[in-house]
Design a protein around this ligand. Structure first.
Ligand code: CMC
Length: 428
């Protein structure tokens, strides 16, 4: 690699340093560009801009590869489990048996919520979207856990991280319970992370609830597949919020708000709703035409990705998991699944989608599994938020422990009016 890149315009030439990552394209360091060249770069949507250095997750979008700390996602989904992946993301290495046991015990010890927080849930309307409840309740954690909001103290940062990972399933499950008018089910620390979540969602005090281990495994896999995804919109939101020194609960609440949008985490809800709206395979061509029509804002939800220009590796595992779960539950002739399978086949052979490299993404299949498990569509994005919490926290911790951290402050290409004098109202 050359050590500098030359940039010339008008009569100026600047030599900009090059940076070499361990994987991925080389990077031109433009930090001094404005100071030395009096110009900005323009990159809305960050399509060519690295906003930070990170050693957590790597994606090769052309090859369809995703690695956490160097380990490929398919190996992690098959051989590991969510809490082990959390440890890997947070601390950089796979844990020894003792480290894992200790970590699981720490997370398990923090699963309960401050009892007074139940009143937050009760303050919402019953028909509130669970994402609205999650944004509110997670933000409100900063009003309850004062002993873990001092970001300059590494111990407090650690406690905040564990609290968030531990309490998120309780918060998501209670948001659901509240919306269906059922009593909150408290966490049980003898259950694993995924089983505990399923129980908090589906158990009622009136009868015993047995967690199906195959469903718990599928749930754990959904968590694992969503755990981190490098600098996506919600993670970048968390980093930007944290760059001002905001407390971790406020930063994660910001991440949840960003994730909610249909172009990001909200796509799993939107994808299943779209499949239901299509309803039967014979209506697929009509929707494909709508998706291709430039004058129609409709997009095939669960298709396309900013980074993957090949099959989303998470979607491959998710598809396999969907088959297993539906098989277990004896769901063979599910019309939504039939529409999904045919839509995938038709779209992946249609020149429009092939040329634009639009493949099914993780959200295309996750909704089918969650639906089969009995979750309403409104719970799909909260489950994504729960799982992504560890990614947000790992990226937050990485940023905050970087001595070179600066407040995030993008510049702009100003296109508004230039200087003009104020006109009194009677003269306008
Ligand atoms: N259906 C139809 N056309 C599409 C789609 C789609 N799902 N996605 C992209 N395109 C077209 C788009 O119209 C554009 O065409 P043209 O070049 O002719 O203007 C081209 O493909 C490139 O699209 P883009 O919007 O410039 O690409 P982007 O990288 O900004 O957007 C995306 C990525 C994920 C927002 C987009 O593909 C999308 O809206 N997909 C549907 C929503 C979705 O499934 N989101 C989940 C993403 S994966 C989970 C997550 O990360 O949260």
């Amino acid at each position: 690699m050359t050590e500098t890149a030359k940039l010339s315009w008008d009569d100026k030439t600047l030599e900009l340093p090059m940076m070499s990552p361990t994987a991925g394209p080389d990077v031109i360091d433009i930090r001094k560009l404005y100071a030395q060249g009096d110009v900005f770069t323009y990159d809305p949507g960050f399509t060519s801009t690295a906003a930070c250095e990170s050693s957590i997750t790597f994606i090769d979008g052309d090859k369809g590869e995703l690695m956490h700390r160097g380990y490929p996602i398919d190996q992690l989904a098959e051989k590991s489990h969510y809490l082990e992946v959390c440890y890997l993301l947070l601390y950089g290495e796979l844990p020894t048996a003792t480290q894992l046991e200790d970590f699981e015990a720490r997370v398990t010890n923090h699963t309960m919520l401050h009892e007074q927080m139940t009143w937050f849930f009760r303050g919402f309307r019953r028909d509130a979207h669970p994402m609205a409840i999650m944004v509110g309740v997670v933000g409100a954690m900063s009003a309850f856990y004062h002993d873990s909001t001092d970001i300059s103290d590494p111990w407090q940062r650690e406690v905040a991280s564990i609290r968030l990972i531990a309490k998120m399933p309780t918060i998501a499950a209670w948001a659901y319970k509240y919306s269906v008018g059922q009593p909150f089910v408290y966490p049980r620390n003898d259950l694993d992370y995924a089983s505990n979540f399923l129980r908090m969602c589906f158990a009622v005090p009136a009868e015993e609830y047995q967690v199906n281990p195959i469903l718990a495994r599928a749930m754990d896999r959904i968590f694992t597949l969503h755990a981190d995804h490098e600098q996506n919109a919600s993670t970048s939101t968390v980093r930007l919020a944290s760059s001002s020194g905001a407390n971790p609960f406020a930063c994660i609440a910001a991440g949840i708000a960003c994730l909610w949008g249909p172009a990001h985490g909200g796509a799993n809800q939107a994808a299943l709703e779209m499949l239901r709206e299509i309803g039967s395979p014979n209506r697929i061509p009509e929707f494909i035409e709508k998706a291709k029509d430039k004058d129609d804002p409709f997009r095939l939800m669960g298709f396309g990705h900013r980074v993957y220009k090949n099959f989303d590796p998470r979607a491959k595992v998710m598809k396999q998991s969907a088959d297993e779960v539906l098989d277990l539950l004896g769901i063979e002739n599910n019309p939504t699944l039939q529409v999904a399978k045919e839509l995938e086949e038709i779209a992946t052979s249609d020149p429009y989608f092939v040329e634009k490299k639009l493949y099914p993404n993780v959200d295309f299949y996750s909704g089918i599994i969650l639906d089969a498990m009995g979750f309403p569509t409104s719970m799909f994005t909260p489950i994504f938020a729960l799982a992504r919490t560890v990614g947000w926290i790992s990226q937050w911790k990485e940023q905050i422990s970087d001595p070179g951290m600066k407040i995030g402050r993008p510049r702009q290409l100003y296109n508004g009016p230039t200087l003009r004098d104020y006109v009194d109202v009677e003269n306008r």
